[in-house]
Design a protein around this ligand. Structure first.
Ligand code: GLY
Ligand code: MN
Ligand code: MN
Length: 494
């Protein structure tokens, strides 16, 4: 008996110690694993031309005002290939093994060095050792070493990089992106004023600013299983946000308040960012395709509200739009236009599978919309002069494209010829009839976009954003449900 008590006490002490000393995780543990980024570098290397090097820079830090910068966001290509989320870094990927100081290697990275004072304010930096251990880059340096890095770029048949935009500021930071780019330009004799095309003078000019984008488009356009896990998460969070806001919507709310409800849900489910500035436009504002002010203080009874938002989860973004009647019931005209857009989306979904072209997807939606608007007397005929707005050169009421890749960017890198299994795309037809349009005023101020996210499969697609209803009748039913937001009753501020 005594022995049992002793064992019990020991076990209890062990549990207590574990409870006291176990560290709660300080960061999410479902980021892409390092072997994903390693595999992407291998895949890029396999596609690179003989005797070439690819050079990629991190995104610049953007100043907001005085000593405050915008929230940093890594360049998606840089993130895809390294998983590194800090600025002021440069990555070199070599097609063939290189030899330097008795070492062989085929990739190397330059990252920020440690700086105790900066780290006091902004948090820990990886540093050289961190880059070796955490990014699993065997050969790593700090940025200050790049200037004197002894590499002869003229020995390569191709030096591939993205051309520079001249929008990088010199900062107080030593070996910042500005200096890394300046050193690189010096090393390659960058002709600041010349058009860089390898095709023009292959013998004299090995600088190539086109091929890297095309190789990365081939890779990034087809998502791996690990990427799909994150994309599903981003899309589920975004679609859930749409469904919850449908329940919470009331006339009199402000556009900013509606934006806030979506974004609160993103944060609640641990999505770090919005994948693009949130678009929340009621009535006429919904006719502005990328309306991001979201300034209307009181959404009016009887209006439609167009909400185009996407949560970004660990780098991957969704892109989901729903358009709903603020008071829960579509008017007759709103429902007619809504159903036409829905029918257009269904027509595209009917042909959405491997082998269909991006152009065919758009054409399927435009046919339904144009013919429908003629039938309603909104377009006089299917003749070009009745459909094209001469001021914009676009289809007057359906003035945008219908499909794009999503991933690390909302308008993601990818090839835009035929659909292939593993692509993740949007289908997003819309009709926008602003006030003053040349049609019966009963149609004015009706904006409708329905945008969903699809994984292309061999035989068709998987609709990823189905947590948010698309059909008008289903939206009306959901809008009758109570919402957790109903319970929020904040004090008035004078
Ligand atoms: N949210 C931008 C787009 O739909 O393309
Ligand atoms: Mn889109
Ligand atoms: Mn969108």
């Amino acid at each position: 008996m005594k022995k049992n008590i002793l064992i019990f006490c020991l076990l209890y002490a062990v549990c207590l110690a574990e409870f006291c000393f176990a560290q709660a995780p300080t960061h999410p543990d479902d980021f892409l694993p390092m072997d994903f980024h390693q595999s992407r570098r291998e895949a890029l290397r396999a596609k690179m031309p003989p005797n070439s090097v690819a050079v990629l820079f991190s995104n610049p830090v953007r100043n907001r005002a005085n000593d405050v910068d915008y929230m940093y966001h890594q360049d998606p290509n840089f993130y895809y290939l390294t998983g590194h989320r800090e600025p002021h870094s440069v990555l070199l990927i070599f097609k063939d093994e290189q030899r330097m100081n008795g070492k062989t290697f085929d990739e190397t990275i330059f990252v920020r060095g440690h700086d105790a004072l900066k780290e006091l304010y902004d948090g820990e930096r990886l540093g050289k050792e961190g880059a070796q251990e955490k990014l699993e880059m065997e050969v790593a340096f700090v940025g200050a070493d790049f200037k004197d890095y002894n590499i002869d770029f003229s020995k390569f048949d191709k030096v591939m990089f993205y051309d520079f935009k001249n929008d990088v500021r010199d900062t107080k930071e030593k070996a910042d992106l500005y200096e890394l780019i300046a050193s690189f330009k010096e090393k390659i004799n960058y002709p600041d004023t010349k058009e860089l095309t390898i095709e023009v003078e292959p013998q004299q000019n090995n600088l190539d600013t086109k091929t890297l984008d095309s190789l990365l488009s081939q890779l990034r356009g087809i998502k791996t299983a690990e990427e799909l896990d994150l994309m599903r998460k981003a899309v589920n969070i975004s679609a859930l946000g749409q469904a919850e806001v449908m329940k919470a919507m009331r006339p009199g709310m402000s556009e900013l308040e509606v934006q806030g409800m979506h974004e609160f849900i993103y944060k609640k489910y641990q999505a770090e960012y919005e994948g693009y500035p949130s678009i929340v436009g009621a009535g006429h504002n919904g006719c502005v395709l990328h309306y991001i002010e979201n300034y209307k203080p009181k959404i009016e009874d009887g209006e439609l509200i167009l909400m185009d938002l996407g949560a970004e989860y660990h780098g991957y973004t969704a892109d989901v739009t729903r358009t709903i009647p603020v008071n829960g019931k579509f008017t007759k005209e709103q429902k007619i236009i809504y159903d036409l857009v829905y029918e257009a989306q269904e027509a595209a979904m009917a042909i959405c599978k491997e082998g269909t072209t991006f152009k065919e997807i758009y054409a399927a939606t435009a046919k339904v919309i144009n013919e429908g608007l003629v039938e309603l007397g909104i377009y006089a005929s299917l003749e070009k002069e009745d459909i094209i707005n001469p001021a914009t050169g676009r289809n007057r009421y359906y003035p945008h494209g219908c499909t794009h890749h999503i991933g690390l960017d909302v308008h993601d890198l990818g090839e835009y010829d035929t659909l292939q299994a593993g692509m993740v795309i949007t289908i997003e037809p819309g009709i926008y009839i602003p006030e003053g349009s040349p049609c019966d005023p009963k149609w004015w101020n009706i904006p409708v976009r329905i945008e969903d996210d699809f994984l292309i499969t061999k035989d068709g697609y998987e609709l990823l954003s189905d947590l948010a209803p698309r059909k008008a009748e289903e939206i009306e039913v959901l809008m009758e449900e109570p919402s957790p937001f109903d319970a929020i009753d904040l004090p008035k501020l004078e």
